[in-house]
Ligand binder design. Structure first.
Ligand code: NAD
Ligand code: TYD
Length: 358
């Protein structure tokens, strides 16, 4: 049976997607990942013996490698997750974001286009290039503004979101110009198992368990629309089968929370599952992120109507599952919080971020 090619399948969402796909679908997975600081084979350990999963360490910017993989494995779909994904890192240095997110996506599109020329018309019509993007391309919402729809104009505000917006435009252009069978999804903030502890929720869990401060940027009033990662993976799986070519689909958790509410809920669940310390007393308000987007919220009417998907988890149920996973998988956390992780925490929080109140 023909496989799918997944890029970035050792990262947070990609590894959850690969496991979910192999649970639900017959087709094998070829997983191409460079294993940057954010990619971890430990996230794939449960499928290490599964013969339907082949891992290839490599760079999506390596057009020759991508071409060879396509011709050798003849996938019927590419699901493109690989990216530099952390806004704060893009503010420190955006170079890798332009390389992987923009040039890497361009390279994959080129390779896919060339590969399609070698397929039969039946194979060509079954082929899908699914590009995973973010709601951050739409910019920031005022508190009372309606949620982002697929026709909200792009207005990215960080080097990360600008690089994803550029990638989305390339995907659109390859569909329009070369009729490449593409679909783009723009999702909200994910959380769940295997998320690298540089992002808000896993950082708070990790710091709280280690008695470290819980750094909340600004006054904690910025709002995100939280999506449990397995709900997201199921949405993508359904989009692969039912999505219309050239279309984009917004995917969100229907769960807006401000950051302070999120951190307090992490503390409350931890107090129940690991009683003892007063976790909330570790909350510290620190210097804000430059250009910090105030609010993201995603209108999921289109994916609900056309694909038939809605999220299953509430924030409380998803967060509880996430915290249980982190408590039961301390060896995963230890394996990813290596030297380079500690270096990032030192640069970003210790030297650069002054505490501004309590
Ligand atoms: P992640 O940072 O956890 O993982 C990214 C993966 O890509 C890593 O395994 C890394 O090794 C790999 N990678 C990076 N550069 C590569 C390259 N040049 N070649 C091959 N592999 C490379 O990211 P994530 O959170 O899993 O996000 C996956 C996708 O979803 C990204 O495209 C991101 O923009 C998008 N997204 C994420 C979120 C979120 O909340 N995490 C929200 C919206 C959209
Ligand atoms: P993050 O997980 O980095 O995702 P994104 O920037 O893509 O939304 O951050 C989520 C929110 O949490 C965002 O408003 C920034 C805030 N935040 C903090 O307050 N403290 C932190 O230490 C981090 C990493 C994020």
């Amino acid at each position: 049976m023909k496989p799918i090619l997944v890029t970035g399948g050792a990262g947070f969402i990609g590894s959850n997607f690969v496991r979910h796909w192999l649970n639900m679908e017959p087709s094998p997975v070829v997983n191409l990942d460079k294993l940057t600081y954010a990619g971890n084979l430990a996230s794939l350990s449960s499928i290490a013996q599964d013969s339907r999963h082949s891992f290839v360490r490599g760079d999506i910017c390596d057009e020759r490698l991508v071409g060879e993989l396509l011709h050798a494995h003849r996938p019927w779909a590419i699901i493109h997750f690989a990216a530099e994904s952390h806004v704060d890192r893009s503010i420190h240095n955006g170079q890798d974001f332009i390389r992987t997110n923009v040039e890497g996506t361009f390279c994959l599109l080129q390779a896919a286009r060339e590969y399609l020329n070698h397929l039969s018309s039946e194979e060509r019509s079954a082929f899908r290039f699914v590009h995973i993007s973010t709601d951050e391309v739409y910019g920031s919402l005022r508190p009372d503004a309606p949620a982002f729809t697929e026709s909200t104009p792009y207005a990215p505000n960080s080097p990360y979101s600008a690089s994803k917006a550029a990638a989305d435009h390339l995907v659109r252009a390859f569909h329009h110009t070369y009729v490449l069978p593409t679909i783009t999804t723009n999702c909200s903030n994910n959380y769940g198992p295997c998320q690298f502890p540089e992002k808000l929720i896993p950082l708070m869990i990790h710091n709280a368990l280690n008695g470290k401060s819980l750094p909340v940027y600004g006054d904690g009033s910025n709002v995100r629309d939280w999506l449990y990662v397995l709900d997201h993976c199921e949405a993508i799986r359904q989009v692969v089968h039912k999505g219309a070519l050239g279309e984009t689909y917004n995917i969100g958790g229907q769960c807006e929370k401000n950051n302070l509410e999120v951190v307090k809920e992490v503390c409350a669940i931890l107090s129940e599952l690991r009683p003892g310390p007063n976790y909330a007393s570790l909350i510290r308000f620190v210097e804000d992120r430059p250009g910090h987007d105030l609010r993201y919220a995603v209108d999921i009417s289109k994916v609900r109507r056309e694909i038939g998907w809605t999220p299953k988890e509430s924030f409380s149920s998803g967060l509880r599952k996430t915290i249980c996973w982190f408590l039961e998988n301390s060896s995963w956390v230890e394996s990813v919080t290596s030297g380079s992780y500690r270096e990032w925490i030192d640069i970003h929080y210790e030297a650069g971020r002054q505490r501004i109140g309590q």
